[in-house]
Design a binder for this molecule. Structure first.
Ligand code: ADP
Length: 328
C-alpha cells in the first residue's frame, strides 16, 4: 500500500525532510500522487510539514492506536501478532468473540477508538469516549479448566495495574472481581467472557476499558462519583500508545509465567494489591447476598467471605465495601 510505504519512509527519516520527488522516485508514482497520500495521512492525524524547498517531514504521530503504530513498538510474541483496528465499533468483546469462534489465533487483539455499545458485566454500559481511553479485547486459548477461567481476570488486573504503576507511578487497588480503582473510583474495568465445553475452554476473551485522557468535566453525570481517569489522577495527559504497549507486555509476561510456573505469584500480587481483602463487604451474588469479611481469594479466583454462618465461597457478584475510608 502506497500510504504505508510513504509513512515508513517518513518514519525512517526520523524527523528529517524527504522531497516529493525522492518519494515519487522510490515508489514509482508521480509527485501529485505523493501529495495526495501526504494529505490523507494528515487527515488521519499525522503531523507532516511540507515545504517546496525541503519536501515532507513527519513532525508528530497521531494520538491513535493505529495497528502500524502499535506494532512498531510491540515486543510481544503472542499478544498482538494479529491486530484488528476499528475507529468505532459496537463492542470489542463481541468482535473478539466472533473472531475466536471463526478460529483466530491466540493473542488476537481488537482495538477501537470508541465503542458504541461498550459493555460491563450483566450488559451494563461502558462509557468509551473517542480516543480518550484504551478500549480493547484479546483472545486467549489457555490450558485451564472452565472453573479456572476467573484466573484470567485476576491476571489481567495484576498486569494492567503493573503497567499503570510502571508508566505513571500511580498505585491503584484491585477490587474483586474485575475493577481497578484509584482513590475509590473506577479507572479500569475488565470483562472476561468464556466459551467452553464440559472440561475444556474453547477460548476466553478478556476485554479492558482504561480511562486515560478523560477530563473530569467529560465524565457523564451518573459516573461522576464512580469513575476517574489517569489524566485526572496524574494532572496531565498520558500517552495511550505507550501505556497500551506496556499493558500488552505485562499481560504476556504474566500469562507465560502462569503457563510455565503456575498461578502462585499472580495470586500473591493480587492479594497485595487488593482493596477488597480484609474489608467488611456486602456481596450481591446471583443466588444470594453475602455479608461479612472478605478474607481471601482461592486458587480459582473465588472470594472467601467470613459470614455469621461460616466461610462462603463466592464465584461472582457485586461487592460493596464498608471500610473506614467510606463505601464504594
Ligand atoms: P461493576 O461496577 O459492578 O464492576 P461492571 O463491571 O459491569 O460493573 O461495569 C459497568 C459499570 O461501570 C456501569 O454500570 C457504570 O456504573 C460503570 N462505568 C461505565 N463506564 C465506565 C467508565 N468508563 N469508567 C468507570 N466506570 C464506568
Amino acid at each position: 500500500m502506497v500510504r504505508n510505504k510513504i509513512l515508513a519512509i517518513l518514519r525512517q527519516q526520523q524527523g528529517k525532510s524527504v522531497s516529493g520527488e525522492d518519494l515519487g522516485r522510490q515508489l514509482q508514482i508521480s509527485r501529485t500522487a505523493v501529495s495526495k497520500q501526504i494529505q490523507k495521512l494528515r487527515l488521519e492525524g499525522y503531523q507532516i510539514e511540507s515545504t517546496v524547498s525541503q519536501g515532507h517531514r513527519l513532525v508528530a504521530l497521531p494520538d491513535l492506536l493505529r495497528p502500524e503504530e502499535v506494532r512498531s513498538q510491540l515486543t510481544t510474541a503472542i499478544f498482538g501478532q494479529e491486530l484488528v483496528y476499528f475507529s468505532e465499533v459496537g463492542s470489542t468483546n463481541d468482535e473478539a468473540k466472533k473472531r475466536a469462534v471463526a478460529g483466530c489465533s491466540e493473542g488476537t487483539l481488537i482495538i477501537t477508538e470508541t465503542q458504541l455499545g461498550g459493555r460491563g458485566r450483566l450488559a451494563r454500559g461502558w462509557f468509551s469516549p473517542q480516543a480518550k481511553g484504551i478500549w480493547f479485547s484479546v483472545v486467549l486459548r489457555p490450558p485451564f479448566t472452565p472453573q479456572e477461567a476467573p484466573k484470567c481476570t485476576l491476571m489481567a488486573a495484576v498486569a494492567v495495574n503493573r503497567a499503570i504503576r510502571d508508566m505513571t507511578g500511580i498505585s491503584c487497588g484491585i477490587k474483586w472481581p474485575n475493577d481497578i480503582l484509584c482513590n475509590g473510583r473506577k479507572l479500569v474495568g475488565i470483562l472476561t467472557e468464556m466459551s467452553a465445553e464440559m472440561d475444556a475452554i474453547n477460548h476466553i476473551v478478556i476485554g479492558m476499558g482504561i480511562n486515560v485522557n478523560i477530563l473530569a468535566a467529560e465524565i457523564p453525570l451518573e459516573l461522576q462519583d464512580k469513575a476517574t481517569s489517569l489524566q485526572i489522577e496524574t494532572g496531565g495527559p498520558v500517552s495511550r500508545i505507550a501505556l497500551f504497549v506496556k499493558i500488552l507486555e505485562r499481560l504476556e509476561e504474566i500469562y507465560l509465567e502462569v503457563r510455565t510456573s503456575g498461578f502462585a505469584s499472580v495470586l500473591a500480587a493480587w492479594r497485595q494489591e487488593s482493596v477488597t481483602l480484609n474489608q467488611l463487604v456486602t456481596v450481591i451474588a446471583p443466588d444470594k447476598t453475602y455479608i461479612g469479611k472478605a478474607i481471601d481469594i482461592d486458587a480459582e479466583g473465588a472470594l472467601l467471605v467470613e459470614t455469621d454462618s461460616g466461610i462462603e465461597r463466592v464465584l461472582a457478584g457485586d461487592v460493596s465495601i464498608r471500610s473506614l475510608t467510606g463505601n464504594y
